[in-house]
Design a protein around this ligand. Sequence first.
Ligand code: SAM
Ligand code: SF4
Length: 351
Amino acid sequence: MTKYNSPAALLIDQFSRTITYLRLSLTDRCNLRCIYCMPRDDEDRDGQVKTGKFLNHSELLSYEELLHVVRLAVSQGMNKLRLTGGEPLVRRGILDFIQQLFLLEGLTEVRLTTNGVLLEEYAQRLFNAGIRQLNVSLDTLVPEKFTKITGKDRFSSVWDGLLEAKRLGFKIKVNVVAMKGVNDDEFINFARMAVEQPFQVRFIEFMPVGDKSTWQKDQFISSEEIKVLISEVGTLTPFRKSHGEGPARMYELQTPGGQKGSVGFISPISHHFCDQCNRLRLTSEGKLRACLLNDRETDLKILLRGGASDAELIAIIRQTIIDKPQGHALQKEFAVRERQTCSGQMSRIGG
Ligand code: SAM
Ligand code: SF4
């Protein structure tokens, strides 16, 4: 295995942000078709969703190529990795890949974001492979509504997956995309879940991302409005910002009966966190992307397959970081536009 020198300097961008966190979209494929994320080009007459347009396997970076990029990024000071997609658990060979990742010296955390459909089946093996923290996306606790939002009747699979992951001792964050008129009547139930279950519940503001997104301005509900709604469950007290919570602003929720839980708010529109952003993304087609909401990308796949040297690849990684945009214009765009700002598809970028 090639040895790399320790980084001469941390990866710091031109706005003094230290970039330590890489998100890998392992595939653009998914076993769900969430209304806000995946195009639903084809639907059967019975309403079940058929396959949309996906990348061919050869268009994805191979695991070997992914390991190569991660190894270089880690050699330069990146130390946290999130596996996402699409649905990462639908990519074959993911467990072996995770085991390989844990062999990389300097990589201190590998986490996974999943829709939970395959979690019950994978939880034990993910645990054995070394994963300890999971983000599970779940926008409703009502099975029929789950089918409407995701196009598939898989609520019970996700719920069973969550219970299995809890049993195994994973640290679990449940991500809820907040949509007015869709799931705002359930925020209180999600807040109660944060108290009753050992799950951190994080409400994410609905973002206008992707050409095919069904995003509509009148479905947007801000974190402040959500806070007011869930205050019916108990008192919210901000936690001091702790490392590792990413962009979420975290609160302790305490019920009048004294039960406690954690809830968080990810507010890219009402309270954007660009000044603290520490991430870089690698899309499922192998493009390095410095901002979820800015379409500027560098094609690493072409470079990797064209025989670029490690020094050249490292130079590209470092330059992408230096060029990382200062922020996104979602707030401004939101005020004037009805629809999306960035055209990249969420499932390819990795959320
Ligand atoms: N399939 C996995 C899942 O759903 O957790 C991982 C990929 S998904 C693209 C990553 C995250 O992005 C999910 O929590 C999802 O809810 C979120 N997401 C997707 N589209 C979104 C949008 N338009 N606004 C806010 N969050 C979104
Ligand atoms: Fe699939 Fe996740 Fe996108 Fe839903 S949000 S369609 S689960 S990739």
